[in-house]
Design a protein around this ligand. Structure first.
Ligand SMILES: *[C@@H]1O[C@H](CO)[C@@H](O)[C@H](O)[C@H]1NC(C)=O
Ligand SMILES: *[C@@H]1O[C@H](CO)[C@@H](O)[C@H](O)[C@H]1NC(C)=O
Ligand SMILES: *[C@@H]1O[C@H](CO)[C@@H](O)[C@H](O)[C@H]1NC(C)=O
Ligand SMILES: *[C@@H]1O[C@H](CO)[C@@H](O)[C@H](O)[C@H]1NC(C)=O
Ligand SMILES: *[C@@H]1O[C@H](CO)[C@@H](O)[C@H](O)[C@H]1NC(C)=O
Ligand SMILES: *[C@@H]1O[C@H](CO)[C@@H](O)[C@H](O)[C@H]1NC(C)=O
Length: 443
């Protein structure tokens, strides 16, 4: 067999705008700074069936969830409460959680997202985005929604939440949606949140979206959506502080983890970064997207991100930084180590001309700062191109350190294993111009 697998060893790559700085000492400091206080058991508990819930897969339980949670909310300052969802198929529209509260799904409980539009209240766009992402006017509230809460757990013995997304994907493709598709779980302006031990299927759009929140643990989540489904991102920490994502398995049509912090002038004005984020033991399959994406909405800044023990089985890219002129903000102090990757186009991908703006009013002088990006101890095989790094002219991406990375090229790999471009900073309004081009070591 004429398979020409090439082993390309990138041992501390330092090219032009790339330099090294003391990564290790910072890393140690980050490791110590994460603490997740135990969340108490709940003094009060109830079952969805106590509030008229019917688990037959066809009766709507939206009102049962509302009545149950309204009732249980009175115990917030009296030991908290738990709502138990027994085995069964529980059709429901969007419902909202309360504080000091656990939603617990039996292992054979399946929440089925309703396809009746009356069951999905419409909300204003997020302030850091300025508009809905699919449709400017607004957004359907997520299936499980919470805002201004503290101490919330959504868990189960691997119970299931099925978004029945095909309905939404088709309407999205046909341009029939008046508002932005709902997410499966969205928690805003909250703290002390755990989302654990659940299976999430076929989300209409993003799966788990903590936004403007802190002290979040996402653990033991299986997320599955067709690899061609639109925008079915796995977990999107967005303007959040102190988030830990652990032991998750994600197959999806978009980025497995997408770290965000608002869009262009809206994100800059809101000014809330995502920081202190740990991602560990993630397995990702997403042939058309990234294992971990930073951006493209990063206008509030992204900093102190540490990812380790990541497995990508078939993805378009390993780590991708996406940004554009007009974003402002920053992506800095990113540490990724111990990634194992099979079959991908670009292990490392940075895109400075991502485009896609909230509106035309973005500031062309708002340039993102990309700095302190550290990748080490990684192995990849069957790779088309090791790196594709495209910066922004006049706004160099700095302090990029790639070390101890072994990349096995695919039989049909590009002749140029690395492509380092810098573009003029005028993105889609002008023409991208390659300022310079360098190639890595040849096979
Ligand atoms: C939730 O908190 C945010 C930020 O503190 C505040 O602006 C908003 O009014 C609060 N919303 C509700 C419903 O209390
Ligand atoms: C949870 O369920 C999913 C889907 O059935 C399965 O793939 C996964 O292995 C289960 N996880 C655990 C920890 O049992
Ligand atoms: C998830 O389930 C595992 C195994 O049953 C358990 O050890 C772990 O504590 C659970 N995680 C959370 C955060 O509830
Ligand atoms: C290089 O990375 C591999 C894992 O990909 C690891 O086993 C090895 O210890 C690393 N070498 C050094 C010198 O850190
Ligand atoms: C290598 O990647 C190609 C796609 O680029 C895929 O078709 C092929 O099955 C992969 N080979 C292996 C051994 O995984
Ligand atoms: C982009 O390229 C086109 C065709 O080459 C040219 O007509 C146009 O003036 C260019 N625009 C800018 C902003 O450079």
């Amino acid at each position: 067999m004429g398979v020409q697998a090439t082993n390309l060893v990138l041992a501390l790559l330092v090219v032009a705008f790339i330099s090294f700085r003391g990564a290790e000492s910072r890393k140690a400091r980050l490791l110590d700074s994460f603490e997740y206080s135990a969340i108490n058991c709940r003094a009060h508990t109830a079952s969805l069936t106590d509030f008229g819930g019917v688990g037959d897969g066809t009766t709507s339980n939206t009102k049962a969830f509302k009545d149950a949670i309204d009732h249980l909310s009175q115990f917030a300052s009296d030991g908290g409460s738990q709502l138990f969802v027994p085995a069964g198929k529980w059709l429901t529209g969007s419902f909202s959680l309360t504080s000091h509260f656990t939603l617990y799904l039996h292992k054979d409980a399946v929440l089925l997202a309703s396809q009746d539009m009356q069951e999905w209240p419409v909300m204003k766009p997020l302030p850091s985005y300025g508009r809905g992402r699919d449709a400017a006017a607004g957004r359907y509230s997520s299936l499980i929604f919470g805002t201004n809460l503290t101490d919330v757990i959504i868990t189960g013995n691997n119970g299931t939440i099925d978004g029945q997304g095909a309905f939404w994907w088709q309407n999205f493709h046909k341009g029939k949606l008046k508002y932005t598709r709902p997410y499966l779980i969205e928690i805003m302006f909250s703290n002390s949140i755990q989302i654990s031990n659940l299976t999430l299927l076929n989300s209409p759009s993003w799966n788990v979206h903590p936004v403007y929140s802190s002290d979040i643990l996402v653990q033991g989540i299986t997320i599955i959506a067709p690899i061609t489904s639109p925008n079915t991102d796995g977990i999107n920490p967005d303007s959040c502080t102190n988030t830990k994502i652990e032991d998750c398995y994600i197959v999806s049509g978009d980025d497995c983890v997408a770290v965000k912090s608002g869009w262009d002038e809206y994100g800059i004005a809101f000014g809330m970064p995502t920081k202190q984020l740990v991602i560990r033991r993630l397995t990702c399959i997403s042939p058309y997207s990234a294992t971990i994406a930073l951006g493209s909405e990063m206008s509030g800044g992204i900093e102190d991100v540490r990812a380790e023990d990541i497995t990508a089985i078939h993805t378009e890219s390993g780590i991708r930084i996406k940004t554009a002129v007009g974003r402002g903000g920053y992506v800095k102090d990113i540490y990724v180590k111990r990634m194992t990757m099979h079959t991908m186009k670009w292990v490392f991908w940075m895109t400075g001309n991502y485009g896609s703006h909230a509106d035309k009013n973005y500031d062309p002088n708002a340039l993102p700062v990309i700095q302190g990006i550290n990748y080490r101890d990684m192995v990849a095989d069957n790779v088309t191109m090791a790196a594709r790094l495209e910066g922004i002219a006049g706004d160099p991406f700095k302090e990029i350190c790639i070390s101890n990375v072994t990349i096995g090229m695919a039989p049909k790999a590009k002749k140029v294993p690395m492509d380092l471009h810098r573009y003029r900073g005028d993105d889609e309004r002008g023409n991208s111009t390659t300022m310079w081009h360098a190639t890595g070591p040849r096979a």
